[in-house]
Design a protein around this ligand. Structure first.
Ligand code: GLU
Length: 574
């Protein structure tokens, strides 16, 4: 099968979760391929063996599949609903770089034979001291070829290499300027000598990122490379290598940075930053908080001290601290957003606007910003990618998500929220019978901005009737105040409820009829709904916050509602 005219690729390193910036790269590459009926490739760049893991590669694939970004060639993957993604229709795989070492070595040997690459034997310490000297002299360190001049004959070098002496392979960078034509940034020029003889095969026998990327982009037929701007400075190396290897140069488009609202670069470190700030704040009230956290998290004093000092920034440490201090760390990875109840369609829409926009207006003159992936695939264009960094506006994302939830038909919301709860809040699913799920879902949907928020007022459904803890302030205000007015109302409500739903009627109670009882009672007493409703809420949930009460009782059913009313009355001597 011939390769199509457009082949894009997303090439993550499997060293962690999929970052939201990675999701944007994938989305743009995917949309571009779809628009041009091309091929979207997923390639796993796992040549850094120490930092890569299969688990992380799988996690990245799960996140992409969750976003609906499917790849035409790449590792095979089956989605949770049984759809198969990936494969090798053009026979250019495998798609894990660590499994392509033989291919890299073939191209590498070709370069050596042509005098365009050479084994180098300097010890890391030697290079490090030269680097330090350059830094001390305020100069940019560049590999200086001194050793090459001492032993210029490639045969001597190959002999040393074959004898097993530790070595790397370096690319002999031609002494000429390199021009990179970037579709977003225009022409970027690098003067001769700016790029030094960089390593293309490491001492462990694996190619470096630069070499593997160039060989793979060529052999996988990649025509368009869209990636984060931080890779721009790698591009002259890639272009120089392509030339030396006789490869095509694909079209390059480097995407703008994604920044926080304060213009700092959005990164995984933001989690550490937030956790560190929380420790600082907590230590004002509790000077020994760091020691307490060290022992409670099991991280130990040294790790905690290093973390506080900013010497380590790992997500794991930040997460453990966030959990102990009960603070929410900023969402950075796709998995964070998923866990917090964002919808993939809202994420895609929002992420698509990070550095791109369709350039269309609504009838009212405002920019068209709301669209789905089908629209993106139809209208995506590299020309509309901006140069300036994009701001990650969390308030806007939240409002996109709320709108996306609102747009879901009730039954779809119910099913998707249930699937989310099954994964992230399973207790609700376990406790609320499936037949009553729709009632709960429609009760929380209107005010929910995320699936997680939808679950918050459902704490009442996650406890045994006898385990409700009555919040004293809520009790004082809603039951005991005004000479125990709330308790009296509760007692009257209990009688009316029991009369309306006798035992013989079974456990199902309608939301409408339950609500009507409250209305009637309030009217009879000449009161607003508030005092009656708040008293009932305290009885059913321990606090004065629940979803609408008719639905709350319908979810609990007759037996639990009565049990909770009775327990509350008994506890507070009603
Ligand atoms: N593996 C690189 C990364 O995860 C991407 C390389 C590229 O797109 O060329 O940042």
């Amino acid at each position: 099968m011939p390769m199509p005219d457009v082949v894009t690729r997303f090439a993550p390193s499997p060293t962690g979760h999929l970052h939201i910036g990675g999701a944007r790269t994938a989305l743009f590459c995917w949309a571009f391929a779809r628009k041009h009926r091309g091929v979207f490739t997923l390639r796993i760049e796992d040549t850094d063996q120490a930092r890569s893991s299969d688990e992380s590669a799988r996690g990245i694939m799960e996140d992409l599949a969750w976003l609906g970004i499917d790849w035409d060639q790449g590792p095979e993957f089956t989605t949770s609903d049984g759809k198969k993604i990936g494969g090798d229709p053009f026979r250019v795989g495998p798609f894990f770089q660590a499994r392509r070492v033989k291919l890299y070595n073939e191209h590498l040997m070709r370069l050596i034979e042509q005098g365009k690459a050479y084994p180098a034997f300097e010890k890391p310490e030697e290079l490090e001291s030269k680097r330090k000297a350059a830094v001390a002299a305020k100069q940019t360190y560049r590999y200086d070829r001194a050793a090459l001049r001492e032993m210029p004959d490639i045969k001597d070098r190959l002999k040393r290499m074959e004898s097993g002496e530790p070595h790397v392979i370096r690319f002999f960078v031609p002494d000429e300027p390199v021009r990179v034509q970037d579709e977003v940034l225009g022409e970027v020029k690098y003067a001769a000598g700016e790029v030094d003889d960089f390593v293309i095969r490491k001492a462990d026998g694996f190619p470096t990122y630069h070499f593997a990327v160039v060989v793979d982009d060529e052999t996988m037929g990649v025509t368009h490379v869209m990636r984060a701007q931080e890779h721009l400075n790698n591009t002259p190396r890639h272009v120089a290598l392509q030339k030396a290897l006789g490869f095509r140069t694909p079209v390059y488009a480097h995407m703008p940075l994604i920044c926080n609202m304060d213009s700092s670069k959005m990164s995984k470190r933001d989690k550490a930053k937030a956790a560190r700030a929380a420790i600082k704040q907590a230590s004002q009230k509790e000077p020994g908080v760091a020691s307490r956290l060290a022992s409670e998290t099991g991280l130990g004093e040294k790790t905690l001290a290093d973390f506080v000092a900013g010497e380590i920034d790992t997500v794991e440490v930040a997460t453990a601290i966030g959990a102990r201090l009960n603070i929410a760390l900023p969402e950075i990875e796709v998995a964070d957003f998923r866990e917090n109840g964002y919808l993939p369609e809202a994420i895609n829409n929002f992420v698509a606007l990070l550095g791109w926009n369709p350039g269309m207006k609504l009838p009212d003159g405002k920019d068209l910003e709301k669209f789905d992936n089908a629209f993106l695939c139809q209208h995506f264009s590299v020309e509309r990618i901006g140069k300036t960094s994009a701001k990650f506006d969390r308030t806007k994302l939240m409002s996109f998500n709320a709108d996306a939830i609102n747009a879901l038909p009730d039954a779809v919301f119910a099913a998707r929220w249930r699937a989310w709860c099954a994964e992230f809040s399973p207790e609700i699913v376990r406790r609320v019978p499936e037949a009553r799920w729709g009632i709960l879902a429609s009760a929380v949907k209107a005010r929910a901005k995320t699936f997680r928020e939808a679950s918050k007022p459902c704490a009442f459904a996650m406890l045994d009737d006898g385990a409700i803890v009555f919040d004293q302030a809520a009790v004082d205000k809603n039951l005991l105040a005004n000479d125990k007015q709330g308790l009296a109302l509760l007692r009257a409500f209990r009688e009316a409820f029991a009369a309306a739903f006798p035992e013989s009627s079974g456990d199902e109670v309608g939301a409408g009829p339950s609500h009507a009882i409250i209305e009637t009672l309030a009217k009879d007493r000449g009161l607003g709904m508030g005092p009656v409703a708040q008293a009932i809420r305290v009885a059913l949930a321990g606090v004065a916050v629940t979803p609408p009460l008719g639905e709350t009782m319908a979810v609990l059913g007759r037996r639990s509602t009565l049990a909770r009313l009775d327990r509350c009355l008994a506890t507070h001597h009603g």
